[in-house]
Design a protein around this ligand. Sequence first.
Ligand SMILES: Nc1ncnc2c1ncn2[C@@H]1O[C@H](COP(=O)(O)OP(=O)(O)O)[C@@H](O)[C@H]1O
Ligand SMILES: O=P(O)(O)O[C@H]1O[C@H](CO)[C@@H](O[C@H]2O[C@H](CO)[C@@H](O)[C@H](O)[C@H]2O)[C@H](O)[C@H]1O
Length: 464
Amino acid sequence: MDSTLACLAAWMPRQRWYAAKGRTPVLRLVADLDFEGDESGGDASARGARVRTLLVADEGSDPAVLYQIPVVEHPSPAPHALDAHAIGAVADGTVLIDGIHDPSYARALLRLTTRGGVVRSDGLTATGTTTLEETEASAIALSAPAGVLEGEQSNSSLVYADEGTRIICKVYRQLQPGLNPDIELETALAAAGSRRVPRPIGWVQASWIDRGVGIDASLAFAQEFLPGVEDAWRVALRAAAAGDDFTARARDLGAATAEVHVTLARELPEQVAGAAEHEAICDAWSRRLAIAIAEVPELAPRRQAIEKIYAEGRDATFPPLQRIHGDYHLGQVVLVPDRGWVLLDFEGEPMRPMAERMLPDLALRDVAGMLRSFDYVAGSVALERPESADDAEAWAAAAREAYLVGYATASGLDRAACAPLLHALELDKAVYEAIYEARNRPTWIDIPLRAVDRLSGVARPYMA
Ligand SMILES: Nc1ncnc2c1ncn2[C@@H]1O[C@H](COP(=O)(O)OP(=O)(O)O)[C@@H](O)[C@H]1O
Ligand SMILES: O=P(O)(O)O[C@H]1O[C@H](CO)[C@@H](O[C@H]2O[C@H](CO)[C@@H](O)[C@H](O)[C@H]2O)[C@H](O)[C@H]1O
């Protein structure tokens, strides 16, 4: 196992989903799922391959981060088609392939999410749960070809496309205890009849014991794949660059957001924002600001101005808290013909502890996230073509206003009353984004930094 961990440690820093960019992980094997007992694993072992999922803790981070790494072990030489996806070779010559790209792993995952079932191996149990009826499930060929979704993702997604089969299965990379809110919220919305989320197909929950403590976490989530759709980030970028009006779509998106919030408030427990909850939310703004200033020193001179806006938000009356999307931006929504806006990825902010992401929160946090996203469109256009900056800003201002009108009309939100709270939440999101960009895309950092300047230098921008 030591040589496997050494291979992984050399390979992980090159992966998009690895959080501690620029640092070699310090790995400890926490648990190991061997699909050998599973029929699909049996299929792989017939050809000498072994399908596994390794849970490894990167103890170079504090707290340690737990990663899920599907690996298929092939006797050397591995199939030529998989050369590009080799993680490395261990001492006895066995070649480790990144499971996401290996058909044997894809098949094992499709089986668990569409047929359900349990796979047990030393110390780890993986349970597949499906929403499909038996006849629906058996119509899905386990041999459906799977492709890996390209693009900027925190996780890894496999798209299965075969006659009658269109499924996307997200494999969570960083694992945190409990049922992932992505699964919890999307299944609750779908069960309530909402078409604002893709239909859930199935998921895999794992349980194991680490250093005497029992833990369970979500490994994967399969959903209806919506073919031929582009996420709104790309659509909006094109529209802004071309100067095309986006206000009608932004208004509809505001209304769709409100509809989802109303359904979530009805289907899942709400919570009155008592003194403790109120304090916890405001304290999180301050904690985040301290981290941001430590990592992005340009923010330090703005501290007082930011804290003033936070203080105004703190003085506001908080509405009842409810479950929300949690990391809402244009990359999380797609416009589906004859269906309208569909929301994806209810996992919450990847940099926030899962225990916090699972709590009822302010629905306005999502509104603030989407407002920031329109500003990002303008910022991104301006980075590419500085001469278009003014036009892009006007485009974003119109889209933001239309989005707010759509949300307020559908939800009954009193814009004047919620202005200080929304202002604080948008500023908090920009502070989060400064950390996110410093860690992941330093060339974009000016986008949130400018927003922080603007948002900490003005009063109540939402009165309209
Ligand atoms: N059900 C789906 N149908 C079609 N495309 C999807 C679906 N779910 C996700 N996608 C595409 O995959 C991208 C990443 O998905 P997301 O759930 O946001 O992953 P991550 O958690 O890794 O960020 C989305 O922006 C969208 O383009
Ligand atoms: O999609 P994720 O859940 O992984 O979210 C993270 O990455 C996002 C970037 O992909 C990041 O969003 C920021 O950049 C977007 C443009 O790429 C922009 O539309 C968003 O408004 C902005 O916040 C998100 O913050 C981060 O959590």
